[in-house]
Design a protein around this ligand. Structure first.
Ligand code: NDP
Length: 287
């Protein structure tokens, strides 16, 4: 039976450490501050933003919520970001995606000061990551790396297959894992004979968004399996991309859904915000 890679437990441990880091910063006169910009009233985005705010409050990070109407223009959002870039009390800026269709996401991401880019999506930060010298790391891949490290799962010399090549998960994770000496293959919807490939992986990362598409036949015996997917199955239950029941018998380690990668993503967002605030104190950050 696979060992559970418990993201919930690790995220709570990280939160306690961050509380202490924030105390130290406050003693030095700095309160880490995260600005969260939400455009429109997408229910899923509202839930994500609420969860982020709740964890920030628990840790002692100040949040500033800017909720803009769904009809907000790109120019108006750019103005909001320009103000946040200039505000020296704000250490991290997060624009909740997706944005309404009249706003170009790339334009917005590129307008954020890369030194305040907590999501790590700015091309500057993506470039730094791919060069092996990251400044800000996207939260989901960062959370996966922390989880593997916590359970002493080394990447050196391992064959990794990441299924999914999105900008928020697959691509940055591939860069991080290459930086940690893994041999990485990134698969996507055009990949032929997908399961032949995944069956050879020492570490499999499923980041597709298809309920329970990976069963035991897709997994090598003893593989480490990271399930990033968050889906609803036909019965309306929250499930990952991995059939957890079947794969648990074959894998050596497995992230549950929920309670695996999800809580780690939020924890990494908090960690990045605190790190930015620390850099501002040391004079090498955003001030
Ligand atoms: P995207 O939709 O942006 O990317 C999905 C990727 O999967 C694409 O690269 C796509 O290929 C690939 N893909 C689709 N179908 C197949 C297939 N049949 N075989 C192989 N590859 C396929 O999704 P995200 O990366 O944003 O998210 C993926 C999943 O992870 C979702 O369920 C999402 O909810 C979840 N997620 C969870 C997070 C967490 O914190 N736990 C954070 C972020 C996402 P192609 O590029 O060719 O289209």
């Amino acid at each position: 039976m696979a060992v559970k890679l418990d993201g919930k437990k690790l995220s709570q441990k990280i939160a306690v450490q961050l509380q202490q880091d924030v105390e130290k910063l406050k003693f030095l006169g700095v309160t880490p501050k995260l600005a969260v910009v939400l455009v429109g009233d997408d229910p899923a985005s509202q839930v994500y933003v609420r969860n982020k705010r709740r964890m920030a409050q628990k840790i002692g990070i100040e949040t500033s919520d800017l909720t803009l109407p769904a009809a907000t223009s790109e120019a108006e959002l750019l103005q909001t970001i320009a103000k946040l870039n200039q505000d020296s009390t704000v250490h991290g800026i997060l624009v909740q995606l997706p944005l309404p269709p009249q706003i170009n996401e790339e334009t917005i991401i590129q307008a954020i000061n890369p030194l305040k880019d907590v999501d790590g999506f700015h091309p500057y930060n993506m470039g730094k990551l791919f060069m092996g010298d990251p400044y800000a790391i996207p939260c989901t891949p960062n959370g996966i790396m922390q989880l593997l490290s916590e359970y002493r799962i080394s990447l050196t010399g391992k064959k990794v297959v990441i299924v999914g090549r999105s900008k928020i998960v697959g691509r940055p994770l591939a860069a991080l894992m290459i930086n940690h000496n893994a041999t990485v293959t990134v698969a996507h919807s055009y990949t032929k004979n997908l399961f032949e490939l995944t069956r050879r992986a020492d570490i499999l990362v499923a980041a597709v968004g298809r309920a329970e598409m990976f069963t035991q036949t897709a997994i090598k015996s003893g593989a480490v399996v990271v399930d990033v997917g968050i889906n609803r199955n036909d019965a309306g239950k929250l499930v990952g991309d991995v059939d957890q029941m079947k794969v648990a018998d074959v894998a050596s380690y497995l992230t549950p859904v929920p309670g695996g990668v999800g809580p780690m993503t939020i924890a990494m967002l908090m960690k990045q915000t605190v790190k930015f605030a620390e850099r501002s104190v040391k004079g090498i950050g955003n001030d």
